[in-house]
Design a binder for this molecule. Sequence first.
Ligand code: MEV
Length: 336
Amino acid sequence: MPLSIHMSHCKASAPAKVILFGEHFVVYGSPAILAAINKHISVDARTTIHDEDKIVIRSDIGVAGEYWHNGEFFNALEGGKKAKAVLDPLYRAIRQVLSKRNNKNIGIEVDISSKVPPGIGLGSSAASCVATVAAVYSLFQKNPSRQKVCEFAIESERLIHKRTSGADCYVSTFGGLMQYYSKSRRFKNIETKGSLSLVVANTGIKHSTSDLVAGVKRFKDTNKILFESLAKQASDICLQACTAIESGKYDKVGELMNENQILLQQIGISHHKVHDIIEICSKAGAMGAKITGAGGGGAVIALAASKQESTKIASHVKAAGYQSFEVKIDYDGLSF
Ligand code: MEV
């Protein structure tokens, strides 16, 4: 029996993220430390009565398209060939909700508005999936469970990044600063002493997370023993970082970020622009800096001793010609 429509218009918003420790190794079971940040993706979903079975998705990053006949047909309304690749996971997110709710033939329109630069490791695709699932789900059920939203979002993300650890969707859904365990798909909130002053810097080099994760898999398969040892070091760093954050030893956290960066270099996902930015951050007084997310360029995260210091670091990075901004931890996660 199809469920009745609860509302014909719903909104949801989900935050982007930074990974402070453990990216890539988290795919193979090591823990990771992530934080949701105050940059959001908002989604507005509506049911349409005239066009049953047509799903229209528009995003302000310059892509739009319509799907009909159970996704058999697609027409790009904006963004040409790129549109389908960007929109497919979101289409899948919507279909999953519709099929689980037994509302297969219903028209849906979704508008996505993003404050997150895409393709640089800040979790824009996870946040889009989380907010899309939540907005569409809310059309049929009041306050759907966050856990369910997160699971659907992970399944949708899997379409573009099949080995996903689920970390990005978890932090975007639940918010805050967390230690994440991919094996059990569980997380633990980390209490901070004082606030973390964080700066993001963008190399301007976009990446494909799934290509980078595939590259790390090749590295792992050809360097089994070395990878095991690096993964063990990554786990140790992450556990030490958790204790250091909880006890407010931020200079130690910075040191551990630098150590984590060396591991990321060893698995081949760094870039000379990353090194350039890390050097600028460190000369400007950062306590530590590293890649955040999949790497291959993408974004760098730096830890500063204070708000004043993070402003200084961001301005040094900008003066060198890179985009840079300070970020705050978002403790709310998904809202709808
Ligand atoms: C991407 O934001 C983080 C990676 O560890 C991949 C994943 O966890 O799925 C590179």
